[in-house]
Design a protein around this ligand. Structure first.
Ligand code: GLC
Ligand code: CA
Length: 550
């Protein structure tokens, strides 16, 4: 059994987690302070998003020095103490390696700008006339993916913000530098790594316009990606650790290769197809209702496909780039608690390692910001302008941001009902969501029926029933587009998981498996409505889990 199959990872966005010095910005000491809370929840690993020195144009994903702690988050001593304290409680720290690009403030890029050929070769510089970028590729944050440097008469590639210059992985020196970064943090006792947009690191050999899209088909899962990952893993020995790659617009076949242990690339992958079922024709900035039939189809394809190919999924709903799941596929109102529990069940009992994003275990909602001044994210601010340039009114642009902005996941962690939700004694860098008086950790830890305790139960269940970590998965036809059901099986144990995404009742007619309805044959081990209810009627957002022993 792989070590990471039984684990649950908790993602912390330090800037918004807990501020201990009153500057309004969460810090490393804040994470240390809350370790007992995480231990109580039961998680095994803590993934910290970047806290390295950075101009913070993209909240730390623009790294200026990979081997440092930005003073806004604390000191290297604070970090060492965090690792020690986590270790004492049996939890490991995972770090976020942003290796597709550096900040333009990085020493390497600064040398490149001065025309040093050695460092220019660390990045992707191309010749083309001023005003005519080398290709028509579009940055993920909007606008051209190329920036012209007049003093060099060259363009550099930035798939993200203009201050995030893409590294040239073809250059072996770049690969060595990045391996050293891994070595540095390994030596500090870090237990795992998350690799940011890592399937974008291998760029094509020829540079051409994309006449069908924004360019992604040329650099996604690029020509040398598997080689590079194998080399990185081999030379740093991280195959002993837990590693996860963030895979942007990837394919099932590639994810099987990234995560099949025989390939010695990564432990597991994040893919995002299931989080685009509410994008209109794949467009993030066009609102449409979630298509649950498509959601089920994608889960089935990926879950069953990864099992067939021997790959391993990171399973998740939320992260710092996504709106809050309860606001998105659940209900912020009457069925807030039930829908949050249903969504948790759906993910935690699938085949893969579950990731919980801070506050998800409390059912935290979208930010509910009403004005542009509340937003902080570079992508949101860019698209607020772009949407209006495309003809949307200010109000329409705000409505779209309200549903899609990454800031929805970045509001401060809601610890208690006190000022700023107990996140800071000062002024938070981004406003607290105004429902913190009811949705907060203190209240939920007191309430045995809370979302917090439900997550705790799901995590404990994974450790008790090996079928959750190791069993196979098979999706059932439910005859209803918004009711999902799957079976987990390992030869001894069988689980049936039923999840309704419907905001109203659903009558279960065909489930393909009748044993769930026979109390003699199966035991209901988990439900989000207290009494379990009538077997053939699913209440709004109802979930039930049945277990049958051989
Ligand atoms: C990943 C990160 C995101 C960041 C981007 C560029 O998608 O999760 O926050 O903006 O990479 O580094
Ligand atoms: Ca602080």
């Amino acid at each position: 059994m792989e070590r990471f199959h039984q684990k649950v990872v908790y993602q912390i966005y330090p800037k918004s987690f807990c501020d201990t010095n009153g500057d309004g910005i969460g810090d490393l000491n804040g994470v240390t302070e809350k370790l007992d809370y995480l231990k109580e929840l039961g998680v095994d690993e803590i993934w910290l998003t970047p806290f390295f020195c950075s101009p913070q144009r993209d909240n730390g994903y623009d790294v200026a020095d990979y081997e440092s702690v930005d003073p806004m988050f604390g000191t290297m001593e604070d970090f060492d103490r965090l690792v020690t304290e986590a270790d004492k409680r049996g939890m490991g720290i995972m770090l976020d390696m942003v290796f597709n690009h550096t900040s333009t403030a990085h020493r390497w890029f600064q040398k490149a700008l001065q025309g040093d050929p050695e460092y220019m070769n660390y990045y992707i510089f191309r010749d083309a006339p001023a005003h005519t970028p080398p290709t028509n590729w579009v940055s993920k944050f909007g606008g051209s993916a190329w920036e012209y440097v007049p003093s060099l008469k060259k363009w550099y590639l930035h798939l993200f913000d203009v201050t995030q210059a893409d590294l040239n992985w073809e250059n072996p020196r770049v690969r060595e530098e990045l391996k050293n970064v891994i070595g540095f943090w390994k030596q500090k006792g870090v237990k795992g790594f998350r690799f940011d947009v890592v399937n974008l690191i291998s760029k094509p050999e020829v540079w051409e316009d994309d006449t069908q899209g924004d360019g992604r088909r040329f650099y996604t899962d690029g020509p040398h990606i598997h080689e590079y990952l194998k080399e990185l893993t081999r030379d740093t020995g991280i195959d002993e650790m837990i590693t996860v790659g963030e895979m942007s617009s990837t394919s099932l076949d590639n994810c099987i290769r990234y995560s099949n242990p025989r390939e010695k690339e990564l432990s597991m992958c994040f893919s995002f197809h299931h989080l685009k079922v509410d994008y209109k024709d794949g467009q993030k900035w066009v609102l449409t209702e979630p298509d649950y039939a498509e959601l089920k189809r994608l889960f089935r394809t990926w879950q069953e496909g990864m099992e067939r190919g021997g790959g391993w999924n990171a399973v998740f709903w939320c992260n710092h780039d996504q709106p809050r799941i309860v606001s998105r596929f659940g209900d912020e109102g009457t069925y807030w608690k039930e829908s949050a529990k249903m969504l948790a069940t759906a993910i935690h009992l699938m085949r893969g390692t579950p990731y919980i994003f801070q506050g998800e275990e409390l059912g935290m909602t979208n930010a509910g910001f009403q004005e542009i001044a509340s937003y902080r994210d570079v992508e949101s601010l860019n698209y607020y302008r772009i949407l209006q340039e495309e003809g949307k009114t200010e109000e329409e642009a705000l409505t779209i941001l309200g549903a899609r902005s990454r800031d929805n996941g970045r509001t401060p962690m809601q610890w208690n009902a006190g000022p700023h939700a107990g996140f800071t004694q000062g002024e938070p860098w981004i406003s607290v969501t105004d429902n913190y008086e009811t949705i907060n950790a203190e209240a939920e830890r007191r309430d045995p029926d809370s979302i917090f305790h439900y997550y705790q139960k799901l995590i404990a269940l994974r450790k008790q029933l090996p079928v959750i970590a190791e069993g196979g998965i098979r999706f059932l036809e439910t005859g209803m587009p918004d009711v999902m059901a799957y079976v987990r099986e390992d030869g001894t144990d069988t689980l049936l998981v039923v999840c309704s995404f419907a905001g109203e009742e659903r009558i279960v007619t065909s489930m393909g498996e009748t044993w769930a309805e026979d109390p003699e044959a199966a035991e209901m081990i988990l439900a989000n409505y207290g009494d379990g209810g009538e077997s053939s009627v699913l209440r709004p957002f109802e979930t039930r889990v049945y277990r049958k022993m051989k």
